[in-house]
Design a binder for this molecule. Structure first.
Ligand code: ACM
Ligand code: ZN
Length: 766
């Protein structure tokens, strides 16, 4: 009855006044998407104007203040009611909230102040970023209910490799709060800089917070002559902790030990096995210099630092690191060897006494943390030893740490490099990006993370606390660059953290991202726009002897392309359906929207006798590096040095054994192929190749040529290595190319003893 009355009133008003100027309307389909949005079309909307008041109990004074800060500047006119904040929602999840909107009131009700805060974030993101001429906003009547899927929703921030000041850290906190993140994992110490004041060890910051320069690129040559310094006093840390707490963000400090400690050892050389001297490291990677757990003073140092940090940070957790700790110096250190003897550590199940010594350090740190009434978090390497059950595993080298950790009864947090490393490139077009550590983590890739792994039992899934993005800052010197690496990948992660798996839909996410980007614009964030560029997929059509290009972008964006390498213009061919490409060309695609043009995405198609030929593999590539499989070796597109772009397929412990069926026989006299060398990640050049051919009408392969190559010189670091094998000209209908890997990495390699990787791309012939 009430509804009918209101409808009638609205219709009458429309008749008298004519159609009202359409007000800018709020949309509750924000990122992360609330669980339930029920719009009540019969009800009058809420009109938000300049005079809106916020009513809140004393317990929500902070949240009311936050809301006032978030309301748009420049609102005019009168509101149809007020905004009420409450924290009396009954829900077992303390972060749950509801928002009820009608013509008289907007009520945001949390199951705690945190829940209310998340409701405020949703409300804030619902509002259009720009106001209409009336400077008022219409919020449709609705009931929204929401709660996050995971209780641990993290982002990690490395302030050691580059230092970011207090205001920048606060800005980082605002940025993550916008995305419903509730944990900041603050990576405060590493080889390249110690960033937190420790009263008991003042030299940590006097000496350890300064380095004179940084190596250029990954491995030089040369240094950049730019000092990096800075640290947070305990007062500044408290200010940041308080700022985060007001935004319902817990800060988990990390003291990375026993590796990644060069800055501490430069400050107190007696902490290392040899006594130094050591210096704050000006290079990247993994340093052999690590703390000496054979010395009692080192163990005391660990306890003292952890205790002082735990006194400072109220979080129930502290991160104790544990990653990438080489044991070479321990093997020859008399203190460490004496400790090994004292503890009775002997080789067990292939785990060396030195590796078990790290387990001793982990257990020691966990005990210190437990005595403080807290729990320790460690990187997944800590699973290599027996460790206390209350240690929480942060799975980063993949998801196996989460699988193994939960099998052993540990709580886990997922941060796998495959989906969560925001220092990785975010586009295949790496040439036009700021220099990054490598890798490829696209927004879509982030979005596809499922923290509860397929093989996990219900009990194991209960142990998954959540997931987190990691931002390592070796190559991220400015805060604007930090924003660029975080956004909008953080938006994708926030839906993994908040939404139930069945509610996640990347296509739907793409319809909602423009509104969030408008918020980023309003906030002045420097965000990446690749999601609004063209997403190009190529599929080989062996029968049609062509490459089929399929393009997509955000809804409402026009895609235009050229095939001559020129930059697309608004007059270039409009993409409407998949395009068949059969000849050499340079493909360039760009989006256009409201006169704004995106960045071109370019690829080069080079067609030869093997291009588009059916290519099958005798042994599949490694699961993580299979991408499009064998067919990619003859797709006419060649990979650049970044091996994660999907152009390369990767093998470990096996040959790349490819059989290529030519569409019609061809006279050939040489075969070429590329191997990606990315030595620091274990990708080295191949050691040999065998080329077999089958003549038309025959069913037997004959060996045409075989070559062996020497072990790769250690000076070769990053390159696309091309190999060409010649043989007497032959008419052939099939080829078999067997590319042989290095197998085990040699002593000259930092990962000596591990299996090397063989990454292969385009196989061509003449
Ligand atoms: C890590 O990325 N070293 C945890
Ligand atoms: Zn030692």
């Amino acid at each position: 009855m009430k509804t009918n009355h209101l409808l009638a009133a609205t219709a009458l008003f429309a008749m008298i006044a004519g159609p009202a100027a359409a007000r800018t309307t709020a949309s509750y389909r924000t990122i992360p998407l609330p669980q339930h949005i029920t719009e009540l079309p019969g009800e009058a909307p809420f009109i938000l104007g300049a005079d809106v008041t916020v009513n809140a109990p004393a317990s929500l004074a902070n949240e009311a203040e936050m809301l006032r800060q978030y309301l748009p500047d420049g609102l005019k006119g009168t509101s149809s009611g007020s905004i009420t904040l409450r924290d009396d929602l009954v829900d077992t999840n303390p972060e749950a909230y509801t928002i009820e909107v009608d013509g008289n009131d907007i009520t945001v009700r949390g199951a705690s102040a945190a829940g209310t805060f998340y409701g405020i974030q949703t409300l804030r993101k619902s509002l259009p970023a720009t106001l209409d001429a009336d400077a008022q906003i219409e919020l449709p009547a609705a009931i929204i209910t929401d709660k996050p899927r995971f209780s641990y929703r993290g982002t990690h921030f490395d302030v050691s490799r580059h230092f970011f000041n207090t205001d920048e850290v606060k800005s980082f906190i605002d940025m993550i709060a916008l995305h419903g993140v509730n944990t900041l994992h603050w990576h405060l110490t590493d080889d390249q800089g110690w960033r937190i004041e420790i009263k008991k060890y003042p030299r940590l910051t006097e000496v350890g917070s300064y380095r004179p320069n940084s190596i250029i690129g990954r491995t030089g040559p040369g240094y950049d002559n730019t000092p990096v310094s800075g640290f947070y006093t305990q007062d500044e840390a408290r200010e940041i902790i308080d700022y985060a707490a007001k935004r319902h963000i817990t800060i988990i400090p990390e003291i990375d030990l026993p590796g990644h400690m060069m800055a501490a050892m430069a400050s107190y050389p007696e902490l290392g096995c040899t006594g130094g001297p050591y210096s704050v490291w000006c290079e990247w990677g993994v340093n052999d210099g690590v703390l000496c757990p054979g010395k009692d003073n080192t163990m005391q140092f660990i306890a003292d630092v952890l205790n002082e940090v735990m006194d400072l940070f109220p979080a129930p957790y502290i991160h104790i690191g544990g990653d990438e700790c080489p044991k070479v110096v321990w093997a020859s250190c008399p203190h460490c060897q004496a400790r090994i003897k004292e503890l009775g550590l002997v080789e067990k199940d292939g785990v060396s006494p030195e590796s078990q010594l790290q387990g001793y350090v982990t257990k020691f740190a966990c005990d210190v943390v437990r005595k403080h009434g807290k729990s320790a978090i460690g990187w997944d390497e800590i699973l290599e030893c027996d460790i206390p059950r209350d240690a929480i595993i942060m799975s980063w080298r993949g998801v196996e740490g989460a699988a193994e950790g939960t099998r052993r009864g540990h709580r886990v947090i997922l941060t796998p490099t495959s989906h969560c490393y925001f220092d990785f490139y975010q586009t295949k077009d790496t040439q036009n990006e700021p220099y990054a550590i490598g890798g490829l983590t696209t927004v879509e890739r982030v979005y596809s993370l499922e923290p509860c792994l397929p093989g996990m039992t219900d009990e194991q899934k209960e142990l998954v606390m959540g997931c987190q993005a990691n931002l390592w800052t070796e190559y991220i010197p400015t805060f604007s660059h930090v924003q660029y690496m975080e956004l909008p990948r953080l938006a994708a992660l926030s839906e993994v953290q908040w939404l139930q798996p069945e509610a996640r839909d990347f296509e739907d996410f793409k319809t909602r991202i423009p509104a969030l980007m408008a918020v980023y614009d309003k906030m002045g964030y420097n965000y990446a726009r690749h999601i609004a560029d063209v997403d190009v997929r190529y599929d080989v059509d062996t029968d049609g002897r062509s490459l089929v290009m399929t393009c997509s972008s955000l809804p409402g964006y026009d895609i235009r392309y050229t095939l001559d390498g020129s930059k697309p213009t608004p007059e270039s061919t409009l993409y409407t359906a998949p395009v068949k490409l059969a000849d050499d060309c340079i493909i360039s695609t760009t989006t256009f929207k409201d006169g704004v043009e995106g960045r071109p995405v370019c690829d080069t198609l080079a067609v030869g006798p093997l291009t588009f030929a059916r290519c099958t593999l005798a042994v599949e590539p490694d699961a993580g590096y299979a991408f499009g499989g064998g067919q990619q070796l003859t797709d006419g597109l060649s990979g650049t040095c970044n091996y994660r772009t999907g152009r390369w397929i990767g093998f470990s412990g096996k040959n790349c054994d490819a059989t290529i069926e030519l569409a019609e026989p061809a006279k050939l006299s040489e075969v070429s192929f590329n191997v990606d060398v990315f030595s620091c990640d274990g990708l080295v050049d191949c050691r040999g190749v065998e080329v077999y051919g089958m003549a038309p009408g025959s069913d037997k392969f004959e060996l045409l040529a075989t070559e062996e190559y020497p072990e790769m010189d250690a000076s070769r670091q990053f390159e696309v290595a091309n190999h060409t094998v010649k043989f007497a000209p032959r008419e052939l209908s099939k080829l078999r190319v067997v590319i042989k890997p290095q197998w085990v990495l040699p002593d000259s390699h930092p990962l000596r003893g591990c299996l090397g990787f063989l990454f292969v791309d385009e196989i061509t012939a003449r």
